[in-house]
Write a protein that binds this ligand. Structure first.
Ligand code: NAP
Ligand code: ZN
Length: 349
């Protein structure tokens, strides 16, 4: 148990560099640690923002990846939650203080000490974290979730970020029967958001730049679909929605989207562009409207989301790629040329 675990990885040496194959050492197992043989790792747009250092402060070399699924290969002496052979997942976080009011409330993502992100972060010992584009990872059991039997490990992987990042705000803002919801942007997050909002019983409109994805949006459970490139869309839909979930990776015209909210409606942002958005305060006060944001979701809620996805047959639509195709996949995500999530088959690493 006291030896480290060598792992082949895909890493970038600096911002916007191509991926290269290297090896890293995962830490020797501590009593509560789990060693996971990673099988699949999804490509989230946040991986691209990070590897391109869009948000600044990037830690290089960087091994991205926070949509991790695999199988337990070994467990520390004190582990009770999992055993060797279990099918498991790891999302965006690998540690938190565990004692602050938010950790105690199962909102580890808002830990006051600072949640430890799965990659591009320092852990509480000051060591850089490396993510899921990797054969192995060691994670403390509190941050590992079970993958329900109904979900295959490749299809499940995007749920570990795209799934929980959309499920959590939909639940928090009480999306359900009688609520009208608009999902803005139909990429990795957006296409899963439609499925969750539909399963929660809401009436869903998809707002995408073009009409290209309309048929698929309706098949995922949307009732309506409009192109935001058409200015008529904003006139036709004025004042209609209780909640708008913005999943766009770039800046949006916030005022235009606020005008689509009913009185007391909320524009919830999960998309994370590097540059600040702007809006006019009149867009809020004329309708007692709110602007909000949401970061991923807690670990208990992630397990709830996975169980919900299994029960309601929610499945990300994925394109499985091999380890040599990641640079190309990044270019395609940036061109919105993905339907709807790339997932790396880690056995090709
Ligand atoms: P994605 O697959 O690339 O989807 C983003 C979608 O945004 C695209 O499919 C496209 O939708 C739309 N879009 C892209 N560029 C646009 C532009 N210039 N103008 C208008 N619309 C544009 O990305 P993702 O993986 O879903 O991630 C989306 C964003 O969420 C990223 O910024 C990511 O960092 C962020 N994120 C945040 C959290 C969180 O905790 N808050 C967690 C995960 C990800 P259409 O083609 O339909 O228009
Ligand atoms: Zn993500």
């Amino acid at each position: 148990m006291c030896q480290t675990h060598q792992s082949h990885v895909l890493s970038v040496s600096h911002a916007k560099a191509n991926f290269e194959r290297t090896t890293i050492e995962r830490r020797a197992l501590r009593p509560h640690d789990i060693l996971i043989d990673i099988q699949f790792s999804g490509i989230c747009h946040s991986d691209i923002h990070s590897a391109f250092d869009d948000w600044g402060g990037g830690i290089f070399p960087m091994v991205p990846g926070h949509e991790i699924t695999g199988v337990v290969a070994a467990v520390g002496d004190a582990v009770t939650k999992f055993k060797v052979g279990d099918r498991v997942g790891v999302g965006c976080f690998v540690d938190s203080c565990g004692t602050c009011e938010y950790c105690q409330n199962d909102d580890e993502q808002y830990c006051t000490k600072g949640v430890v992100q799965t990659y591009n972060n320092l852990d509480y010992d000051g060591e850089p974290t490396y993510g899921g584009y990797s054969q192995k990872i060691v994670v403390t059991e509190r941050f590992v979730v079970s993958i329900p039997d109904q979900l295959s490990l490749d299809v499940a992987s995007p749920l570990l970020c795209a799934g929980i990042t959309t499920f959590s705000p939909l639940k928090h803002w009480d999306v359900g029967p009688g609520k009208k919801v608009a999902i803005v942007g139909m990429g990795g997050l957006g296409h899963v958001a439609i499925q969750f909002a539909h399963a929660l019983g809401a009436e869903i409109t998809v707002l995408s730049r073009s009409l290209n994805k309309k048929d698929e949006a309706l098949s995922f459970g949307a009732k309506d679909y409009f192109a935001t490139s058409d200015p008529e869309t904003f006139k036709a839909l004025a004042g209609q929605y209780d909640v708008i979930l913005n999943t766009v990776s770039a800046n949006i015209n916030v005022d235009a989207y606020l005008s689509l909210l009913r009185v007391d409606g909320t524009l919830v942002n999960v998309g994370a562009p590097a540059e600040p958005d702007q809006f006019h305060v009149f867009s809020l006060i004329t309708g007692r409207r709110s602007i909000a944001g949401s970061l991923v979701g807690g670990i208990q809620e992630t397990q709830e989301m996975l169980n919900f996805a299994a029960t309601h047959s929610i499945a990300p639509q994925i394109e499985v790629i091999n380890a040599n195709q990641v640079d190309e996949a990044y270019e395609r995500v940036l061109k919105s040329d993905v339907r709807y999530r790339f997932v790396i088959d880690i056995s090709t690493l």
